[in-house]
Design a binder for this molecule. Structure first.
Ligand SMILES: Cc1cc2nc3c(=O)[nH]c(=O)nc-3n(C[C@H](O)[C@H](O)[C@H](O)COP(=O)(O)O)c2cc1C
Length: 218
């Protein structure tokens, strides 16, 4: 048996052991992650540490993307100086609440994601870059699909570490590209404030479609 097969077997054992310990989230955890979690529009003074931002990233990075493309790139805006640079880029309705947040993640999608395929897909080195080079029309689709997936995983990871998220797309993305991603092929997707949400800033919950309205079991 070669080394690769040994690694597959080890991975299978790890998931087997995890499933033996837990078969699903408890009801409180589902409340925290989904049912009662909200998008916040204001923040308490309680800070967010660099260690917490790392914890969020370290959970998010493990979630799936197509061929492990992992196109998300993130700038965490935390200092007063960094916030001053972000402020004029935000659309006015998002400005005050974003400046108040302890941390703001700028999500970018790297349209050169395939440059890293030797590292990210070592079992098929070069295969994704060959495919993207031969079919460049696939690149924006892959970058946006997988970068947005990772951004969504990020929001759930924020909740999983006991913090709150406030996602926003209301900013000048071209200006953000120039500030945060100059000289790269990264394009701004959206941003997300992170902190301890101030409950007084939560709006009434908006309706969602019921299962039968948008789902069909075939
Ligand atoms: C990608 C994305 C972009 C958003 N953009 C904005 C925005 O620019 N400004 C804003 O106030 N809220 C924004 N929101 C917040 C949504 O309005 C909010 O998440 C949605 O109404 C659900 O709220 P809930 O999580 O409290 O149920 C955005 C959310 C997402 C996921």
């Amino acid at each position: 048996m070669d080394a690769k097969d040994q690694m597959d077997l080890k991975a299978q054992e790890i998931i087997r052991q995890t499933r033996a310990k837990i078969s699903g989230l408890d009801e409180y955890s589902k409340d925290m992650m989904f049912r009662e979690a909200r998008s916040f529009n204001g923040w308490t003074d309680k800070p967010v540490s660099a260690a917490q931002l790392r914890d969020i990233y370290d959970l998010m990075k493990l979630c799936p993307t197509s061929s492990n493309a992992c196109p998300i790139r993130i700038k965490f805006v935390c200092s007063d100086n960094a916030k001053k640079i972000l402020e004029p880029i935000l659309f006015e309705p998002n400005r005050a609440k974003t400046m108040q947040a302890p941390a703001v993640a700028i999500f970018g999608n790297d349209y050169a994601f395939y440059d890293h395929d030797v590292f990210l897909t070592p079992h098929r080195p070069g295969a994704i870059s060959k495919r993207m080079t031969e079919n460049p029309e696939l690149i924006p689709d892959w970058a946006m699909r997988n970068g947005t997936l990772q951004s969504a995983y990020f929001i759930l990871a924020v909740r999983a570490v006991g913090l709150d998220a406030g996602p926003m797309q209301g900013l000048n993305k071209k200006a953000a590209d120039d500030v945060y991603w100059a000289g790269t092929k990264v394009k701004t997707n959206f941003i997300c404030s992170i902190g301890h949400g101030d409950e007084t800033t939560v709006f009434k919950k908006l309706p969602r479609f019921d299962f039968a309205e948008v789902c069909e079991i075939l």
